[in-house]
Write a protein that binds this ligand. Structure first.
Ligand code: 5GP
Length: 242
């Protein structure tokens, strides 16, 4: 497919913050990052000016860093300030969370204090199911109920940690702490490939010195300056937003 032949087709899927459109190439879809922002399983919602543009360009930068490190992702290229062309994949209905520092869900679930640096990163799996509130699951559930094969689960874990090695160092160089993040994977031509997005919507990033929150927790906790913080993180990483 050439740059010129690309065109937007029908809406295939609308999530809480992104919409997926068909293109004239069945192996590619367009991912549109909307300004819509949601938290607490859709209970808190707001449209935040510039969020779609910022997250699209943030995600493109991060996916390029993974490609540079030899980690395959679905990302192909940015096609407009708010949209990117990606590989069409069959998504695995699981969310993979990696934690370097305790925060959020793990503190509530296990009663551990927030802000503790972990000797080894923790890896957790959640079922992507809004009605059930994305419950935590394990490999045994995933295999038994057919959400992923044992091989895919092993690949998801290996790749989630590989992403951590690349991103932890990248954020650290910018004086930022990558606290935790969520990844989603899909299958493309039989291979397990990283999909979805990596933006401050799906991770926790703190200033390494002050520990100020610079991610979606600003929205969740009504701290203000949500998109300004996303842009600050981007600028510190070297992103120049259009
Ligand atoms: P927690 O389990 O602490 O709520 O989330 C851990 C990390 O994964 C956080 O960085 C959070 O933003 C991200 N995360 C977990 N579930 C979701 C989700 O459904 N959507 C998004 N955007 N991020 C999620």
């Amino acid at each position: 497919m050439t740059e010129q032949s690309w065109s937007q087709g029908e809406l295939l899927y609308a999530g809480k913050a992104k919409s997926i459109y068909a293109t004239d190439d069945p192996s590619r879809v367009m991912m549109l990052f909307r300004d819509d922002t949601s938290a607490f399983n859709g209970e808190k919602k707001e449209a935040l000016n510039r969020k779609g543009r910022v997250n699209n360009q943030f995600n493109a930068f991060m996916m390029q860093k993974l490609a540079d490190a030899g980690i395959e992702t679905h990302f192909e290229r940015v096609v407009s300030p708010q949209a990117s062309l990606v590989k069409a994949m069959k998504m695995v209905p699981l969310e993979c969370v990696v934690r370097n520092v305790t925060a959020g869900g793990i503190c509530k679930r296990l009663g551990v204090p927030a802000g503790e640096t972990l000797d080894q990163p923790i890896y957790e799996l959640f079922l992507k199911n809004d009605e059930l509130g994305d419950p935590m699951v394990n490999d045994s559930h995933a295999i038994t109920f057919g959400w992923a094969t044992a091989e895919q689960l092993a690949d998801m874990k290996r790749l989630s940690f590989a992403v951590n090695d690349v991103f932890k160092a990248l954020f650290a160089q910018a004086g930022l702490l990558l606290v935790d993040y969520k990844l989603e994977f899909g299958v493309y031509e039989g291979r397990l490939v990283l999909g979805d997005e990596f933006s401050p919507d799906g991770c926790r990033i703190w200033d390494a010195q002050t520990r100020e929150k610079l991610d979606k927790d600003r929205f969740r906790m009504d701290l203000g300056d949500v998109i300004e913080s996303y842009e600050l993180v981007g600028h510190r990483l070297g992103i120049r937003f259009e």
